[in-house]
Design a protein around this ligand. Structure first.
Ligand SMILES: [Zn+2]
Length: 102
């Protein structure tokens, strides 16, 4: 769950991430190939691999910078629309179209 940057309510964000790693034991020389090849990430491994932290980092990197619902209104948008009667709210218009369909 992230906070929608439009309406400020919770928005569920799905994350799908696929990463490849090459584990390099601490102290071992990294080949030039590790720096040039973008298909995997070389990780220096000193002791046990903390998979939980690795996954957490990958999820954080995969999250969108800005989370938004597909459709929502900023807080107080309804009041603004009422104040400017000459401009019908696109959401009110959508509601009208939906009702017409039923
Ligand atoms: Zn929203």
């Amino acid at each position: 769950m992230l906070q929608c940057q439009r309406c400020l309510e919770d928005v569920a964000v799905g994350v799908r991430s696929r990463s490849r790693f090459r584990l390099v034991p601490a102290g071992e020389e990294w080949g030039d190939q590790d720096l040039d090849d973008d298909s995997y990430e070389a990780l220096e491994l000193d002791g046990l691999l903390d998979v939980r932290t690795l996954i957490e980092d990958e999820v954080l990197l995969s999250l969108p910078a800005i989370a938004l619902h597909d459709q929502c209104s900023p807080p107080g948008a309804g009041a603004d629309a009422d104040a400017d009667a000459s401009k019908p709210s696109p959401f009110a218009e959508l509601g009208r179209l939906k009702q017409g369909k039923q």
